[in-house]
Design a protein around this ligand. Structure first.
Ligand code: CU
Length: 246
């Protein structure tokens, strides 16, 4: 859900109190996930109504109804076997299609390495080096509650955000430095385990500017709830300005 941030007039994609639906998507992958959710919900509702209706009928007409072909009725059995199969196929097909699409990494223009640590994230922009010839990298800690500025979000904002350009194929390489963490940004459709000794990748193309928040999603110790991730998507010129400052 979108919330206007008074602090700097940027849109934030955050969980909202009593929010019942998924966050607005900001990438084709998250868009696909919303689509699959809605599709599956449609079939679930149809099944719920059918099963509910049949259960209700059976209770209402209990022992007052007889149907000669209820048992050993081949046609009836054929229908009530085929119907669930069709339903499952209708659910399975779009969901598998999305699953394999999300695994695809299409010719990324830049790569960001995200390392989950107890209890912060460390980011490396391996494609860019600073004046000293070092890779651009920084640690990203949660803003402590007493240091929050007006408009910043408790348990969600960090001291240094991951700034990325929009409309660019970006690859995130995720790993863990100590224990397993999970790099998760709902608005972008990310949920990648940060496993020590393993590199997992996910690619995205962010379709709009904004701040996308996420929280570590693999219980990793006492401060598991205090290692959020904030991704700030900006236009390419703004991203280059940011890069120059690093
Ligand atoms: Cu963690």
């Amino acid at each position: 859900m979108l919330i206007m941030n008074n602090y700097n007039n940027m849109f934030n994609d955050v969980p909202t109190p009593w929010g019942m639906y998924l966050q607005d998507s900001a990438s084709p992958m998250a868009e696909g996930m919303l689509e699959v959710h809605d599709t599956v919900m449609f079939y679930l509702m149809m099944m719920l109504m059918l099963v509910g209706y049949l259960t209700y009928s059976m209770m209402k007409f209990n022992n007052k109804m007889s149907y000669k072909y209820l048992t050993h009725g081949s046609l009836l059995e054929f229908i009530w076997t085929l119907f669930p199969v069709m339903m499952l196929l209708l659910i399975a097909f779009p969901s598998f299609m999305l699953l394999y699409l999300t695994d695809d990494v299409i010719d990324p223009a830049m790569t960001i390495k995200c390392i989950g640590l107890q209890w912060y994230w460390s980011y490396e922009y391996s494609d860019f080096i600073n004046d000293n010839g070092e890779t651009i990298s920084f640690d990203s800690y949660m803003m402590p509650e007493e240091m929050l500025e007006f408009g910043q979000l408790r348990l969600l904002d960090v001291d240094s955000r991951v700034v990325v350009p929009i409309d660019t194929h970006i690859r995130f390489i995720v790993t863990g430095g100590d224990v397993i963490h999970s790099f998760t940004v709902p608005a972008l459709g990310f949920k990648v385990d940060a496993t020590p000794g393993r590199l997992l990748q996910i690619s995205t193309i962010i379709t709009r500017e904004g701040r996308f928040y996420g929280q570590c999603s693999e219980i990793c110790g006492v401060a598991h709830s205090e290692m959020p991730m904030t991704i700030e998507a900006v236009s390419l010129p703004k991203f280059l300005d940011w890069l120059n400052e690093q």
